[in-house]
Design a binder for this molecule. Structure first.
Ligand code: SP5
Ligand code: ZN
Length: 347
């Protein structure tokens, strides 16, 4: 397993997030990646490298130029509002829902924050762009490594990516690393790429990016959005549109679901992935399905993550694993590396 490590991840460091009217410490914190890096080192799972920077043009294959321009300059605009903002994270407070217009970008920075976001739980900080861009570099580099013949690559980065859409951030995500990896492989000559999202939360950003396309199959196992974030997408009846009809598969499970129910869904997912016959697989690897996760309500145990890796190896596809969610910091390294080791061992 070749790991692409984002050594600048800690430049994104939210101070707090808003939860039910209160400021609470951020769940999505630098220690998450530190935990995985330490465990990777302990188990010696192959080379760990840092990525080459990719041109912004590669990011424009997935994200709109308008959004990328906003994200790159956001911290400076936040400081321009008030120098005292250096000590505060930027949060949106107003959104262009339904009948409001999103075609005109307002001049007001707080209004821009709302235009380009889906929630107020995702702090934008001084180093957010640097960390997110370097994570995107890792994703494109990992995709390229598969094209060059590598059987498995791992993107060890934060902030995560699967909630970010073509032109919005949210759910702790800014740039959609999984989508960037899939698109890079297509641009490099792959005919079809599948994305399997096993984070506890539905990957609304990834789904929306590929919803009308038949060259990327999106399959997701996640908690039922009726009760869990991101709430407004991820239902079983979302099957794709136009050319994309039949190329989106959501497998929502009730909060509280056991490993048994989860692995039954994984079997359904694997059958669809096999019938799609892609050239490569991208896995949005969230381990917030863990029983001890502070945000989530599935009941997987650490040993289950070995089984996940083994099952994915049987698909016999070059696979890029992209680190997404997972907030039980102490067990995070074990759970993530279990997936990777299960994959390597079964190859
Ligand atoms: C990548 C990813 O996993 N994003 C998840 C975003 C979830 N955002 C909502 C967080 C709500 C915080 N709930 C605190 C519950 C404490 N019991
Ligand atoms: Zn998640």
């Amino acid at each position: 397993m070749l790991t692409f490590y984002n050594e600048l991840h800690a430049q994104h460091r939210g101070r707090y997030e808003i939860f039910r009217g209160e400021m609470v410490p951020c769940f999505e914190k630098p220690e998450r990646v530190d935990s995985v890096l330490a465990e990777l080192g302990r188990r010696g799972l192959g080379k760990i490298v840092t990525p080459h920077g990719v041109p912004l043009m590669s990011l424009e294959r997935i994200h709109t130029p308008r959004y990328l321009h906003f994200l790159r300059g956001a911290w400076n605009e936040w400081l321009a509002l008030d120098p005292a903002n250096a000590g505060k994270d930027a949060f949106p407070s107003v959104w262009p829902v339904r009948t409001l217009r999103d075609d005109i970008e307002p001049d007001d920075f707080c209004a821009k924050l709302g235009l380009y976001s889906m929630d107020n739980g995702t702090p934008l900080t001084a180093g957010t762009w640097t960390a997110a861009k370097t994570g995107a570099d890792c994703a494109v580099n990992a995709a390229h490594a598969l094209r060059l013949g590598e059987r498995g690559a791992f993107v060890l980065s934060r902030p995560p990516g699967h909630h970010a859409g073509a032109d919005f951030f949210g759910g702790y995500c800014f740039l959609n690393n999984a989508a960037l990896a899939a698109q890079h492989m297509l641009d490099d000559g792959a005919r079809k790429v599948a994305i399997l999202d096993i984070d506890y939360h539905h990957g609304n950003g990834t789904q929306s990016i590929f919803y009308h396309r038949d060259d990327v199959l999106f399959v997701s196992i996640h908690a039922d959005p009726r009760s869990e974030y991101p709430f407004y997408l991820g239902h079983a009846d979302e099957r794709g549109e136009g050319a994309g009809l039949g190329f989106n598969m959501n497998l929502p499970l009730a909060a509280g679901s056991t490993a048994q129910a989860w692995f039954a869904a994984l079997e359904t997912a694997c059958i669809r992935l096999g019938s799609f016959a892609p050239d490569a697989l991208v896995v949005s690897l969230g381990v917030d399905t863990f029983a001890g996760d502070p945000l989530s309500r599935f009941l997987l145990q650490s040993a289950d993550y070995l089984k996940i890796g083994e099952r994915l190896a049987y698909l016999n596809l070059p696979t890029a694993f992209i680190f997404e969610g997972g907030y039980a910091v102490k067990e995070l390294g074990t759970n993530v590396v279990n997936v990777l080791e299960g994959y390597e061992t079964a190859l």
